[in-house]
Design a protein around this ligand. Structure first.
Ligand code: C2G
Length: 133
């Protein structure tokens, strides 16, 4: 059983998230998503989510290529998560390239290409300005 772990906020789930999650799952047999809590998002990422943690969790759990969702509550939990869940591969979008290389002595680290021209921020801006420009 090859376990893959990734992290994120996944608010207003969009094709960029889906591409990431599908490719993450394809790196192994089981995908765990550490989902940023509302408190962590606000305190550490300056993000105010449209969907609550509870709703974002249910949405991710409904995806056929997500096997388990756990909370991401701080920046420091990754090593513990990798060990606790016997993770073989840590993966995340390449906007984080290099940030998590410290995990390389515990598991493989794979940075996946981001999907261009889509982000939660852009979606919010398009809604605020009355639709895609
Ligand atoms: N992503 C992507 N393409 C996009 C947008 C996002 O591949 N167009 C990827 C990101 O690179 C990330 C995942 O989708 O791997 C989730 O993105 P966010 O919800 O924005 O998560 P982020 O704020 O990057 O949180 O500890 C790590 C952080 O929790 C990561």
């Amino acid at each position: 059983m090859r376990t893959v772990l990734t992290y994120g906020t996944f608010d207003l789930l969009h094709i960029g998230h889906i591409n990431l999650l599908r490719r993450a799952r394809d790196l192994g047999d089981r995908l765990i998503v550490a989902l940023s809590t509302d408190e962590f998002n606000l305190a550490e990422k300056n993000k105010v989510c449209v969907n609550t943690y509870a709703d974002r969790k249910v949405i991710l759990e409904s995806l056929r290529f997500v096997d388990l969702v756990i909370p991401e509550e701080n920046w420091e939990q990754k090593v513990t998560d990798v060990v606790t869940h016997e993770v073989d591969v840590f993966t995340i979008g390449d906007d984080w390239k290099g940030h998590f290389d410290f995990l390389k002595d515990k598991c493989e680290v794979v940075y996946l290409p981001r999907t261009a021209n889509i982000s939660t921020t852009e979606i919010k801006q398009n809604i605020a300005t009355g639709g895609r420009g």
